[in-house]
Design a protein around this ligand. Sequence first.
Ligand SMILES: Nc1ncnc2c1ncn2[C@@H]1O[C@H](COP(=O)(O)OP(=O)(O)OP(=O)(O)O)[C@@H](O)[C@H]1O
Length: 273
Amino acid sequence: MNATATTPERPTPPAKGEPIIRVRGLEVGFGTKTIMKDLDLDVFPGEILGFVGGSGQGKSVLTRAILGLIPKRAGSIEVFGRDLDSLSDMERRAMERRWGVLFQQGALFSALTVKQNIQVPMREHLDLPDRLMDELAMLKIDMVGLKPDAADKLPSELSGGMIKRASLARALALDPDIVFLDEPTSGLDPIGAADFDDLIATLQRTLGLTVYMVTHDLDSLFTVCDRIAALADGKVVCEGPMRTMLESDHPWVKSYFHGKRARAVETAAQEGH
Ligand SMILES: Nc1ncnc2c1ncn2[C@@H]1O[C@H](COP(=O)(O)OP(=O)(O)OP(=O)(O)O)[C@@H](O)[C@H]1O
């Protein structure tokens, strides 16, 4: 099957130019444990890349390494054509304004309202009057499909789906070029997860975002991802559209994409459900 065949509403992604993220020969470990070695990965502008791998294989570690939150032992990471090691502090901060991150548990500040949470990156990186920041926060709230009255709510007053949306609004606070999403649909029911996938696809299309999405969610992989990268044995063992995953001989990729659950999702996607 072909990924585009299952998603007729999605336009063809922009022509693949230079990767917006280029990882080469990456090695990351903790103490005596090596988590990944000789890992290569490309993410292209304007695509939704789904990143999959068995539990504990290092998907979150890789995301954190790309974001510079975990040191690497070897290799290079380029974002927007710049080697992250070569950046001055100022250039690094400018780079951080161009990406937004949604961590696995949403990670909103519990003592701050949704509006205040969205304004955290604005306060950190921009110097704007409060009124303008309020207007911008309301725009982001609308963009992610939350009602205006969510603005003054605390995270504890929100449902799981609303927390994901609020976290996404915060990730979009600085109008980034790339968003990193770590398991954005985990913990949502299938309808909530499908709605969230639709939202990501719409935002990608309307804002021209590049989306790097760690996910276990086969529905997301079949319906919204342009390409998929699979992590196993500390490396990216397969990278390409769904067709490439389905044709892979790698044992983990094979068992993941040809398991019972995957077959059901594939059939549903082909039938347009
Ligand atoms: N700060 C750390 N110190 C030591 N080991 C760590 C650290 N962070 C992660 N690890 C280890 O790295 C490995 C990969 O973890 P990671 O969270 O990236 O897995 P994952 O692929 O995202 O898993 P899951 O799908 O379950 O979220 C695990 O063995 C984990 O225990």
